[in-house]
Design a protein around this ligand. Structure first.
Ligand code: TYM
Length: 334
């Protein structure tokens, strides 16, 4: 079987360093060895209300981020989910394979729905089934994601297995492997090292976004929370020091070195030294990507053409697989 990569990013604004280091950056390297599909998951985004104009702009922005980071939309496929209607169609079938009990365990739903679960959209609840459809629609074998998507990937594996079992189609859907790679699979908030860096944190200082300029990047790193001790000498000494672990992890990921190397470089020094060098490195690595994103989004027609072309090529892979699904399920006319 060919190794096929699929991953998705939601167009919900504030694309940040966590999205880049945990996912998008890893998309790039996989292009040398795999056939890759990278999807802007607009249908996932609307599980929480999105202003339609902003959704369109954010969709282009995520596509621009993929390309600016080094994804090649000619040799691989960049598209937005809503243009390939088979995602919704397979999601319905998988809604009928997936179990309530499985979805009830999803921690991300619990976090996102908050206290008033009755008011959450039904879409937010079945969101992991749509994510399984995104992957299985292409029989993707590898899925690069950050740590927070691990549970959803496990669910996708369970759904694949149950579909194969229920429809007596052993091996039809492969078991997708999560690829959770690098020293920054879970980038934490710059204001609180115990909270994940997220698009929805009310504090702008909590995250570095892909569009931040040098002054903003430097300011956010300067203001990042620290503790009062000098930086540790070993990985074990990071235990109980979430802010030190986070800043060193980010540094290692941006410098493309193992965490141990970053620890060695700053062992015994003050946070101010790390912050100074981290700001310099972040500006060097993130700045040009943000600039290229701005350039691309100023030309929406070009981005739209890339997405339309990607969608056409995605449909060409998806439709024969969807046709097999219809047939297996017993839908007439298929
Ligand atoms: P989303 O849009 O929340 O995030 C996009 C990617 O960024 C990663 N990520 C992080 N990595 C490290 N540290 C962080 N603080 C951080 N925050 C986010 C996420 O793990 C993700 O890889 N459900 C998915 C989107 C999706 C998808 C898919 C992914 C839909 N269908 C199919 C893979 C395959 C999501 O909401 O990601």
């Amino acid at each position: 079987m060919t190794a096929r990569v699929l991953s998705g990013v939601q167009p919900t604004g504030n694309l940040h360093l966590g999205n880049y280091l945990g996912a998008i950056r890893n998309f790039v390297g996989l292009q040398d060895t795999h056939e890759c599909l990278y999807c802007v998951v607009d249908m996932h985004a609307i599980t929480v209300f999105q202003d339609p104009k902003e959704l369109a702009a954010n969709t282009r922005e995520v596509a621009a981020a993929f390309i600016a980071a080094g994804v090649d939309p000619k040799n691989h496929i960049v598209f937005n989910q809503a243009q390939v209607s088979q995602h919704a169609e397979l999601a319905w079938v998988l809604n009928c394979v997936s179990r309530m009990g499985w979805l009830n365990r999803m921690t991300q739903f619990k976090e996102k729905a908050g206290k008033d679960r009755e008011k959450a959209s039904v879409g937010l609840y079945v969101y992991p089934n749509l994510m399984a459809a995104d992957i299985l629609l292409y029989k993707a074998t590898h899925v690069p994601v950050g740590e927070d998507q691990k549970q959803h990937l496990e669910l996708a594996r369970d759904i694949a297995q149950k579909f194969n079992h229920d429809f007596k189609a052993e091996g039809f859907f492969p078991q997708p492997e999560p690829l959770i790679q690098g020293p920054a699979t879970r980038v934490m908030s710059l204001r609180d090292g115990t909270k994940k860096m997220s698009k929805s944190d009310p504090s702008d200082l909590s995250r570095i976004t892909m569009l931040d300029g040098p002054d903003e990047i430097a300011k956010k790193i300067r203001k990042a929370k620290t503790d009062t001790q000098a930086l540790p000498e070993t990985k074990e000494q990071l235990e109980g020091r979430p802010e030190a672990a986070n800043l060193l992890g980010i540094y290692a990921a941006l410098a493309d070195v193992p965490l141990e190397a970053a620890i060695g470089q700053f062992a015994g020094s003050q946070f101010s030294n790390l912050k100074e060098q981290l700001a310099e490195l972040a500006i060097e690595k993130i700045g040009p990507i943000g600039e290229e994103m701005k350039r691309l989004t100023q030309d929406p027609a070009t981005v739209d053409a890339i997405l339309a072309d990607g969608a056409e090529r995605a449909r060409a892979i998806a439709e024969p697989i969807m046709a097999e699904v219809r047939h297996k399920v017993g839908f007439l006319g298929s």
